[in-house]
Design a protein around this ligand. Structure first.
Ligand SMILES: NC(=O)c1ccc[n+]([C@@H]2O[C@H](COP(=O)([O-])OP(=O)(O)OC[C@H]3O[C@@H](n4cnc5c(N)ncnc54)[C@H](OP(=O)(O)O)[C@@H]3O)[C@@H](O)[C@H]2O)c1
Length: 339
């Protein structure tokens, strides 16, 4: 490990003092962490805020064993203590500008990250934009495009199209030739989803998405659904799928239990029901996603075909405001902290 500039011994970081509302978030001065073999220390310039952070703050999404217990799943910044990756021996030198999927601890001035979870900061993007990429890109890519890229013309329903995840999912599916259908909670958010590439956006507060999907697809249904609602949408999701369709559940905002679901549709339509959480994936899995993103998505970001949509930027010590805005749900796209 080589230190390239004087690293302070302590740093500002956001600590959740217990679980609860936004007032549990406190700025504290804590020791700067030390990277181990296969890791780098990054001076954080910006950190993305994600819905899983809100759930962790509330005690509903505990960090996995061995992960940093502090908040912050994605960052952009500069490598200040370089390291060598364990697998291929590649060196990520100091001064490299990276964005990274962290294992926690991104809401801070410095953060330790496994080298394989770092990607180069895409050319032309600001630190704020780069910090808004990892969580959405890793999640969308791994759930919709791995192990195989969606065939052109695939009809994909993306629930919560105006979310941080949704705005990236719409753009990526559209960029790869898919036909995007989406749900959102206001007309303004629906209009945004269409601007980003959706052929139809359904205001789920005004109309039933199942009837609309059936009407929009000549009763065929969609081939894939990226779902963040879970239980309360399960039955309607199954009924929205075409034969051989796939339901991918990545969050349970509508509950973990699905009563009265018609499971016969899974058999008669040969449906696949799956899901995942990014945080629980192991390091090798995350590295594999990072490599795939670099190959397939980074060129689109550098060409400006896909852009991270930023709703608001807050200084680190206004993290409570950032969390409150996300909880109030008026935002579209990403909320980012400047560190
Ligand atoms: N499994 C994973 O690996 C993983 C990783 C990251 C995030 N996630 C999940 O992905 C979701 C989005 O995350 P984010 O960070 O992008 O959060 P976010 O921007 O706060 O998005 C939450 C979204 O949920 C939408 N929503 C709420 N109720 C809905 C309903 N009944 N129908 C359709 N949409 C509804 C909201 O839309 P309106 O405002 O229009 O109501 C909002 O856009 C969260 O549930 C998060 O937990 C999962």
């Amino acid at each position: 490990m080589i230190s390239y500039q004087t690293i302070p011994t302590s740093m500002n970081a956001i600590i959740a003092v217990g679980h609860g509302e936004v007032d549990v978030l406190q700025k504290q001065n804590i020791p700067v962490p030390h990277p181990n073999q296969g890791e780098v220390l990054v001076r954080v310039m910006a950190a993305g805020v994600n819905r899983p952070d809100i759930m962790q703050r509330k005690g509903l999404y505990p960090p996995p064993a061995g992960a940093c217990p502090r908040l912050g799943l994605e960052i952009a910044g500069e490598v200040v203590v370089c390291g060598t990756s364990e697998g291929d021996g590649k060196i990520l030198p100091h001064g490299s500008r990276v964005c990274a999927l962290t294992n926690g601890g991104g809401y801070a001035e410095y953060c330790v990250v496994p080298i394989g979870q770092c990607l180069p900061w895409p050319k032309g993007l600001t630190a704020v934009q780069a910090a808004a990429l990892p969580e959405a890109c890793f999640t969308v890519w791994s759930n919709l495009f791995m192990p195989t890229i969606l065939p052109t013309g695939t009809r994909v329903l993306i629930h919560g199209g105006a979310s941080g995840i949704g705005t990236m999912a719409i753009q990526l599916v559209h960029a790869f030739g898919g036909e995007v259908y989406t749900t959102a909670g206001t007309e303004k958010k629906c209009a945004l989803c269409k601007e980003l590439g959706a052929v139809a956006a359904i205001n789920y507060r005004e109309e039933d998405f199942l009837s609309r999907i059936r009407a929009l697809t000549d009763d065929m249904g969609v081939n894939v659904i990226l779902d963040i609602i879970g239980g309360s949408y399960f039955n309607r999701n199954l009924k929205s799928l075409a034969t051989d369709g796939k339901l991918v559940i990545i969050a349970l905002q509508g509950g973990a239990k699905a009563d009265q679901a018609d499971l016969s549709r899974i058999m008669t339509r040969r449906l696949t029901v799956t899901g995942s959480t990014l945080r629980a994936r192991n390091k090798a899995n995350k590295i594999c996603i990072a490599q795939d993103l670099y190959k397939h998505v980074w060129p689109l970001l550098e060409a400006g075909t896909v852009i991270p949509l930023i709703h608001a930027v807050f200084p680190l010590d206004r993290v409570a405001d950032a969390h409150q805005i996300m909880e109030d749900g008026q935002h579209s796209g990403k909320i980012v902290l400047e560190c």
